[in-house]
Ligand binder design. Structure first.
Ligand code: URA
Length: 200
């Protein structure tokens, strides 16, 4: 008999298998040509908090792990600042394959890959979704029926929006992308302050 955690893991594996064979995506071709890996997501399958970034960068697509490069180190620092560990949360992206030259994901790519994220959310059922950057903020706010409340990220960051979803109430917390803090001490302070809302 499978326990509920095993069931969650099994369902996530099915989504990951579909991603591995996602041949219809133009980024799939780029993945294969460059011997890249898709980046599904990782962390606790029972996480209360899910972080959603944009798309994998070079290091992520070499290892298959989300946020393992410079932005990831910053994310680790921010998590640690509020007493959270990677193992306590779930970390993923909207787009699961690396766009060429680390460019921003296109509207079409976000649309194409969002079903993987939607399935991950339904399976893991996080109570809090922290979006990292404007792409995931815009997507998630719409997905949770909050399109009328969308603001630019400089206004929305650090706020908490409540949504009702198929599995219950979810808090959406838009945050700046950790990459903005890499070379900007001021933004690091803003992000650290915004992260405190997660600890609360
Ligand atoms: N930036 C993202 O948005 N996601 C990653 O996984 C790495 C960098």
């Amino acid at each position: 008999m499978l326990n509920s955690e095993d069931k969650i893991k099994l369902l996530l594996r099915e989504v990951n298998n579909d991603l591995l064979n996602f041949k219809k995506s133009p980024l799939y071709k780029y993945r294969i040509e460059n011997k890249n890996l898709p980046v599904f997501g990782e962390g606790s399958c029972r996480a209360r908090i899910m972080f959603i970034g944009e798309a994998p960068g070079k290091k992520e697509s070499q290892t298959g792990r989300p946020f393992c490069g410079a932005s990831g180190k910053m994310l680790d620092v921010l998590l640690e600042s509020v007493g959270l560990k990677r193992e306590d949360v779930y970390i993923t992206n909207i787009v699961k394959d690396r766009p060429p030259e680390n460019r921003d994901p296109s509207k079409e790519e976000i649309e194409m890959y969002s079903s993987f994220l939607d399935r991950q959310i339904k399976i893991i059922q996080p109570k809090i979704i922290a979006t990292l950057g404007r792409f995931s903020m815009n997507y998630i706010m719409r997905h949770f029926g909050l399109e009328d409340e969308i603001e630019i990220i400089s206004k929305a960051h650090g706020k908490s929006y409540e949504a009702k979803f198929s599995y219950g109430k979810v808090k959406i917390i838009p945050l700046y992308h950790p990459a903005v803090a890499l070379y900007n001490g001021g933004m690091r302070k803003v992000l650290k302050k915004d992260f405190k809302i997660l600890a609360e």
